[in-house]
Design a protein around this ligand. Structure first.
Ligand code: PLP
Length: 298
């Protein structure tokens, strides 16, 4: 580890499997994240045509790395991007960690775009920076509003071109939803389908403690399969809870014994109110989930 606390950026020479096999592209290089690095004609910038992953790093260990790389591959396939060269991305994650000062919590971002228009070559880069302090959200909880996403829960099957469930760079809608939550005096959003089912947050998965079980909406409702939710289910199963993927409604949320929005970096944030109505917080279980998440070794 070096002594850098500022972001560290690594530009990948060969982000796709095909490119690596053809030995194209410059060698991987570290760059100054504050200097212009990306090409102005990159389709990731001009069209939001690309994908990303955000991976928490605790004590120098990237959390759920395999799950994040598998999801990068899944998103690439949904966008018809060339298959990412996972070994290069994995090496990129460790190279960024190695260049960064060890801080208690940080995150690594993987960016993979369709590349400069007309070049046919994708672009890839990796950066790492210290995480913010989420202790308040993890303990006091968050105020959430329900917002209609405007799509039915069948959208992934009926209209796969809408890319629901892919982690694309087109997050302007998700950012707008968060601003709407702030306008309503809340911290975060839980999207609801046009047919009345709970979906996910703009950057998180919802988990309910319902009838003594931990449950989350079914990913086939056009949801991003959450790596944190998967880890939470493993931790919960280890603590004797049964878990499941279900069709859940706002009424289920209201009667839940506890609920969380879970995501990389912030981890498990208990929901303390929904549309202004108080929601029960299970402080003990929240703490054990966050302790379990922070102590992942893979
Ligand atoms: N759902 C969406 C739409 C997201 O953007 C994210 C993360 O950013 C999640 C769920 C949670 O995924 P993870 O737990 O892998 O961070």
């Amino acid at each position: 580890m070096t002594t850098r606390t500022s972001p560290v950026l690594l530009v990948l020479g060969s982000p796709s499997q095909a490119e690596t096999e053809r030995h194209r592209g410059p060698a991987d290089r570290f760059a100054d994240p504050l200097s212009p690095v990306a090409n102005a004609l990159d389709l990731g910038i001009t069209r939001g045509d690309g994908i990303f992953e955000t991976i928490t790093v605790v004590g120098g260990i990237p959390q759920a790395l395999d799950a994040h790389l598998a999801r990068l591959e899944r998103s690439a396939s949904m966008l018809d991007l060339p298959a990412p060269h996972l070994a290069a991305w994995r090496a990129g994650v460790f190279a960024a960690i190695d260049q960064h000062t060890e801080v208690p919590e940080a995150f690594v971002k993987l960016l993979y775009t369709r590349g400069v228009e007309g070049s046919g070559l994708p672009t890839g880069w990796v950066w790492m920076q210290p995480s913010g302090d989420f202790s308040r959200e993890r303990t006091d909880g968050i105020d959430v509003v329900l917002l209609d996403r405007g799509y039915p829960s069948t959208v992934a099957q009926t209209s796969p071109w809408l890319l629901q469930g892919a982690k694309t760079l087109s997050y302007a809608v998700n950012r707008a939803a968060l601003r709407e939550a702030h306008r309503r005096g809340a911290d975060d959003v839980l999207f609801v389908s046009s047919d009345g089912l709970l979906l996910e947050g703009p950057t998180s998965t919802v988990i309910l403690k319902l009838d003594g079980r931990l449950v989350t909406p079914r990913p086939d409702f056009g949801l991003l399969p959450g790596t944190t939710q998967e880890s939470v289910f493993e931790i919960a199963a280890h603590n004797g809870y049964s878990t499941g993927y279900e069709a859940l409604t706002p009424a289920d949320l209201r009667r839940a014994d506890a609920a969380w929005l879970v995501s990389s970096v912030r981890n498990a944030a208990p929901i303390r109110s929904v549309d202004g109505a108080p929601q029960t917080v299970d402080a003990h279980l929240t703490e054990s989930l966050n302790t379990g998440l922070a102590s992942r070794t893979t």
